[in-house]
Design a protein around this ligand. Structure first.
Ligand code: UT7
Length: 334
């Protein structure tokens, strides 16, 4: 548990930006590709559309768009940014990742530190946690964090149990030592490595190197044990939500909005039920974007802020789970 207690020690998430591909694939189009139906996808997941990159588009371009928007609305200037963290499950290239491409395209100086962070769909909340600790302990002031995902490039478009679930997008935010919105009251990141293989993509790593791709093609796609993930997701998001609430010394009833990782509407409803929170306090937009992994939380948070559902002073609880199994929560005062 990361107890954020003293002054400078309350960093702020000052602005959120998004990058969303123009190309949309509706459930009806998937009916032409795999043996599925709009009815099945809608009733089992809540998803209607997903946005995906075109073949010629680079995933990092989404991160660049999201970052530009995040920086343009933040109190910090681009020249103030002293660290860039890109949370992603699978980067533009295994080496050197995605961060160098994003920072180069943004025109940062040639001595800016950057790194990719891998914590499944919880990556954005892990990035917040790392950023606030870098600010508190290491003298950084303005950290650009990005959740970037292009899972359409690694799902098996012949496997109906996975290809209907995911979309591409990026979300970014500037985490600063000072600010006026998004004061981080508490942050918790955790992991359950006994569930390491629940969601996996085996190929392309050092256990199954890229050069062996032709012999093991199936293992170069994203795979998961859906039911196992479903059960763990509710428990993990509930546990980390309660952690940050207790740490901040508030009650669940004080929380104005919950912004959960957007994977499946049934997971989100079960989480709300288990926390005894009404669904009209929960931000949901997976019908339009599907599961964009590390980008779901910034996408949903920004939408609720732009639509003025989340207002100044509201207490906002972010919570996520994902591959690893990494999970976490962040409590913000907007
Ligand atoms: O960010 C983390 C990423 N992962 C997740 O969040 C996944 C969490 N899990 C889930 O969301 C759900 O488990 C799924 C949506 C993946 C699956 O829902 P389910 O209610 O657990 O369905 P199921 O796997 O038990 O499958 C029920 C049936 C099966 O057919 P049979 O064996 O009963 O004949 C599947 O083959 O539904 C079939 N099915 C489909 N049918 C039509 C699976 N995918 C589809 C599909 N269209 N797209």
């Amino acid at each position: 548990m990361n107890k954020v207690k003293e002054e400078k020690e309350f960093p702020y998430i000052s602005n959120v930006g998004v990058g969303i591909p123009d190309k949309v694939i509706a459930n009806e189009e998937l009916e032409q590709i795999v043996d599925t139906s709009d009815e099945w996808i809608t009733s089992r997941t809540g998803i209607k559309n997903r946005h995906v990159l075109k073949e010629e588009e680079d995933p990092s371009s989404l991160g660049v768009t999201a970052s530009k928007e995040a920086i343009s609305g933040a109190p910090a200037d681009k020249s103030d940014i002293d660290l860039v963290i890109t949370a992603t499950n699978i980067s533009d290239m295994p080496i050197p990742g995605s961060s160098p491409f994003i920072t180069r395209e943004l025109g940062f100086s040639d001595d800016i530190p950057f790194f990719d962070l891998k914590a499944g769909c919880s990556g954005f909340l892990y990035a917040i946690d790392v950023a606030i600790n870098m600010i508190r302990g290491d003298g950084y002031d303005d950290v650009l964090i990005i959740g970037l995902e292009a899972l359409s490039r690694v799902v098996n478009w012949e496997d109906r149990s996975t290809c209907v679930l995911f979309g591409d997008a990026a979300g970014a935010a500037v985490v600063s030592s000072g600010g006026t919105t998004g004061k981080v009251l508490s942050s918790s990141i955790k992991g359950d490595p006994t569930k390491a293989e629940l969601i996996r993509l085996e190929g392309g790593g050092t256990r199954l190197p890229p050069a062996e791709g032709n012999e093991a093609n199936g293992r170069y796609y994203l795979e998961m044990e859906g039911k196992g993930v479903f059960k763990s997701a509710v428990n993990m998001m509930k546990r980390s939500s309660l952690d940050v609430i207790e740490d901040a010394g508030i009650e669940l009833s004080d929380v104005d909005w919950i912004v959960p990782h957007q994977a499946n509407i049934r997971i989100i409803k079960q989480l709300a039920k288990s926390l005894d929170v009404r669904m009209d306090r929960v931000v949901v937009n997976l019908d339009e974007y599907a599961n964009t992994s590390t980008a779901t939380i910034p996408l949903a948070l920004k939408e609720a802020v732009d639509e003025e559902r989340i207002q100044s002073g509201d207490l906002v609880l972010l919570t996520a789970f994902g591959a690893g199994a990494a999970y976490g929560a962040t409590l913000l005062e907007w």
